[in-house]
Write a protein that binds this ligand. Structure first.
Ligand code: SF4
Ligand code: SF4
Length: 106
């Protein structure tokens, strides 16, 4: 069975994703700077995540069908910390018309 995130992507099309400027590859981090916009001297934001209908610029594919992070190895810390099958995960899945995940499947 493939990982449920690969047919989801709901979190990448729901939240504003902010991180430290130090996560940008322009400042010694790993997140491609071209996918970030500067919020202030300390904070960067993944492009597209503050739209009225958010969609991270790094998201590839169609939410709820086939979706993946195009910079998975270099994604910022909020994305690394977000847990599949958590309450927040299941809330945004439902918002995108997807069934909640049972944590026991992992
Ligand atoms: S909302 Fe949950 S299941 Fe969907 S991609 Fe994000 S972590 Fe994975
Ligand atoms: S960087 Fe990747 S994991 Fe993070 S919101 Fe964007 S597409 Fe999703």
């Amino acid at each position: 069975m493939s990982h449920p995130c690969l047919s989801c992507g709901a979190c990448c099309a729901s939240f504003r994703v902010d991180c430290s400027v130090h996560e940008s590859d322009e400042h010694g981090g790993r997140v491609p700077a071209g996918l970030l916009e500067e919020v202030n001297a300390h904070v960067c934001r993944m492009r597209g995540t503050d739209w009225a209908r958010p969609r991270c610029a790094a998201l590839v594919g169609e939410v709820g069908k086939q979706a993946r992070c195009g910079i998975y190895e270099w994604r910022p810390s909020p994305c690394r910390e977000f847990e599949a099958a958590s309450d927040a995960c299941n809330r945004v899945r439902q918002r995108h018309g997807l069934a909640p995940l049972d944590g026991l499947i992992f």
